[in-house]
Design a protein around this ligand. Structure first.
Ligand code: UDX
Length: 433
């Protein structure tokens, strides 16, 4: 199939590249000409394992193209995916300006039947607005369909998530749109749920919100565990053995971050309010998530007493491992809160340093974990990168001024830390003092 992907961000690049890999001819479009120039040379502006190689491969086999020319891409394609950003406005509402612009541009450049598929995460009823917008600007009255096919990929494992999804959701209004999409997704051999457009839109927001609620739930439980000396990891394990609950997304920590959960929850609360429903459950999910960062700062304070002038080594900046993404990362808030109290910050992250340099001031970026630990008053784990789990802790202990580790991701075992002679504070588990 001839496909255009409008918006070459995370979702767009992965979607376009994977559709090309499945044998389609794909044009990835973006209005950032400099980005397109880089992408044509297979220089990928984001860190996503395996993506660069797959882009190179598909450029070479002439299935994947990059262009800043939306008009020509639309004219060459039968299926057009919209994957532009839907950032949060100040009030939490999703800003759909990008979607509207693209819908209008598609309408102006139609030269025959087009299937326009929204893949960006959008509030329910966006599909209806896209349809109305195209109708209004499609002066030659070419036939078209609008569909929704939300993407569930996770950063850091995006290609494998795209190629081996738990399910594919297709929201359609016509048999033709359904057949095209079923055909397109057929090689993925996944369960496919066909539904109406509004239900498909809601599935995406509801899924992300549900996962965030799971995280906030276990974080709330972790606070109780700390009060009575129970172990949240064991509680989560015990809960997760019930197949109705399952153990995934039950890792207590410093709360969820990233480009999706915080934004999507805000947007879901906002669209619910607009539609006359107060989704108070989600407001609490958000409150618990914010409180979890404050709780973590309090753990650091409790361990150091006076934070002012102490040197704190932070391990991890990315909002989760295997990505360089620091959007809504807990690390940024935590570092700023510590700096506000006068702490000196040293940080190390295997991937996200360049992105962090653009937003963090007065921070010493270190070449590795040992460099960060050297001469610091404590070590604070913020992101659970594998390499942090494999550190030579005996060496770390020698480098630190005091053997103190505050672990926001529970990557070490308290018993082991006690044996090594650390003071060790983690989430929802007894302190080692
Ligand atoms: C998420 C959804 O998982 C994905 O389906 C959707 O398409 C986009 O949003 P992503 O933001 O890439 O994906 O990351 P994810 O792996 O879901 O993690 C989100 C955040 O939750 C991270 O900050 C992570 O550290 C945190 N998290 C996750 C926990 O704190 N505990 C957990 O048990 C799981």
């Amino acid at each position: 199939m001839n496909i255009s992907i409008i918006g070459s961000g995370y979702v767009g690049l992965v979607t376009g590249t994977c559709f090309a890999e499945l044998g389609n001819k794909v044009i990835c479009v973006d209005n950032d000409a400099a980005k397109i120039k880089r992408l044509k040379k297979a220089s990928v502006p984001i860190y996503e394992p395996g993506l660069e190689d797959l882009i190179k491969k598909n450029i070479k086999s002439k299935r994947l193209f990059f262009s800043a020319d939306l008009k020509s891409a639309v004219r060459k394609s039968e299926v057009i995916f919209i994957t532009v950003g839907t950032p949060s406005k100040e009030n939490g509402e999703a800003d759909l300006t990008g979607i509207e612009n693209v819908a209008r541009s598609i309408a102006h450049n139609m030269n025959g039947y087009k299937l326009i598929v929204e893949k960006s995460t959008v509030p329910v009823e966006t599909g209806a607005w896209v349809k109305r917008t195209i109708d209004m600007h499609n002066h030659k009255k070419y036939k078209f369909d609008v569909a929704s096919s939300p993407e569930f990929l996770r950063e850091g494992q995006a290609i494998s998530d795209f190629m081996h999804p738990d399910r594919i959701v297709i929201g359609v209004e016509s048999g033709k749109a359904k057949d095209i999409l079923l055909n397109l997704y057929k090689p993925l051999k996944s369960a496919i749920l066909v539904t109406d457009i509004k239900s498909a839109e809601l599935i995406k927001h509801a899924s992300n919100s549900f996962l965030a609620a799971k995280i906030s739930f276990i974080n709330a439980v972790s606070n109780l565990c700390e009060k009575v000396g129970a172990d949240v990891a064991k509680v989560a394990e015990g809960m997760g053995l019930d197949r109705r609950i399952n153990g995934m997304f039950l890792d207590a920590g410093i709360g969820y971050g990233g480009s999706c959960f915080p934004k999507d929850i805000d947007a879901f609360i906002s669209i619910s309010e607009k539609l006359g429903y107060d989704f108070s459950l989600l407001k609490e999910v958000k409150n618990i998530n914010n409180a979890q960062k404050i709780n973590f700062i309090e753990k650091i304070q409790d361990s150091l007493w006076i934070v002012k002038d102490k040197t704190i080594a932070i391990l991890g900046l990315a909002f989760k491992p295997n990505t360089d993404d620091i959007r809504s990362a807990a690390s940024i808030d935590i570092i700023r809160m510590l700096q506000d109290q006068g702490a000196k910050i040293k940080v190390y992250d295997p991937c996200a340093v360049n992105n962090a340099k653009a937003v963090l001031k007065k921070v010493k970026f270190c070449k590795d974990s040992y460099d960060a630990a050297k001469g610091s008053d404590c070590l604070v784990v913020v992101t659970e990168w594998s390499e942090f789990k494999e550190l030579d802790l005996v060496r770390i202990k020698k480098l630190l001024k005091h053997p103190l580790i505050i672990d926001g991701r529970n990557i070490y075992e308290p018993i082991q830390m006690k044996k090594l002679g650390f003071k060790y504070v983690s989430i929802g588990r007894a302190k080692v003092v």
